[in-house]
Design a protein around this ligand. Structure first.
Ligand SMILES: [Zn+2]
Length: 64
């Protein structure tokens, strides 16, 4: 099971396991813990425009 946060404007998916390293968000950072001035890397939408999506799909890539 995995949790993603999807931008409602462009469809960008924030995966807490991957973070957003291009914007200094380290892998493993919960969405709630991201700075409130973080914005969508693709379209610039604020955190308020993201929706939490829980998937049954296993996130089986290695944690390295
Ligand atoms: Zn976006």
């Amino acid at each position: 099971m995995k949790t993603l946060y999807v931008c409602q404007l462009c469809g960008y998916e924030y995966n807490p396991r991957l973070g957003d390293v291009d914007n200094d968000i380290e892998p493993g950072t919960d969405f709630e813990d991201i700075s409130s001035d973080w914005t969508c890397p693709l379209c610039g939408a604020g955190k308020d425009d993201f929706e939490c999506v829980v998937s049954d799909e296993d996130d089986d890539d290695d944690y390295e």
